[in-house]
Design a protein around this ligand. Structure first.
Ligand code: FES
Ligand code: FES
Length: 179
């Protein structure tokens, strides 16, 4: 397609609580719109074919791979990226804090995607088993292979939100200093 034949379209949507509007190439991915037009660099570019989960964002509360979601499909949608989880003064949410306390972040490339999927999972209010959590998080790859700590972070936040007593293996890390 030549430069003259390119088609552009205006996309208006809500991003992290604010109404935003921009003009995009109709072939652009939501990843590119969020990173290039709004500088939301927590949205990572990994495989760009919907395999690794690094580009995950919430669209109307549901986790999607933004690399395989056209920017123009975001018209009228409510988009949340990791930047949208911070409190008004930059406070971390409970799930972000749990990723730190459980040492679930190594290089951090996969972390925004995992955390946004965890947000969707936690908001169901269901007490999932380990196997169920593993399955729900299976759309994400961690090249640093920190899967066990990531599972612990999600599980710990789930127990806390539901007001349940932490299982012994999770209670122990409550008193461990953050390294
Ligand atoms: S970058 Fe989108 S799934 Fe890998
Ligand atoms: S922490 Fe490095 S890819 Fe997951």
């Amino acid at each position: 397609m030549t430069e003259e034949n390119r088609q552009f379209k205006q996309v208006t949507c809500t991003i992290n609580g604010k109404k935003r509007s921009t003009v995009v190439d109709v072939r652009a991915s939501l990843t590119d719109m969020l990173r290039n037009d709004y500088r939301l660099t927590s949205v990572k570019k990994g495989c760009e074919v919907g395999e690794c989960g690094a580009c995950t964002v919430l669209i109307d509360g549901e986790a999607f791979d933004s690399c395989i979601y056209l920017a123009i499909w975001a018209e009228g949608k409510n988009i949340v990226t990791l930047e949208g989880l911070d409190g008004p003064n930059g406070e971390l949410s409970d799930i972000q804090q749990a990723f730190i306390s459980e040492n679930a972040i190594q290089c951090g490339f996969c972390s925004p995607g995992f955390i946004l999927s965890a947000k969707e999972i936690l908001e169901t209010g269901v007490l999932y088993t380990d196997d169920e959590l593993r399955k729900l998080l299976s759309g994400h790859l961690c090249r640093c292979t920190g899967y066990e700590n990531i599972l612990r972070a999600v599980k710990k936040t789930m127990y806390k939100r539901l007001g349940k007593e932490l299982p012994p293996e999770l209670a122990e890390s409550e008193t461990r200093p953050i390294s």
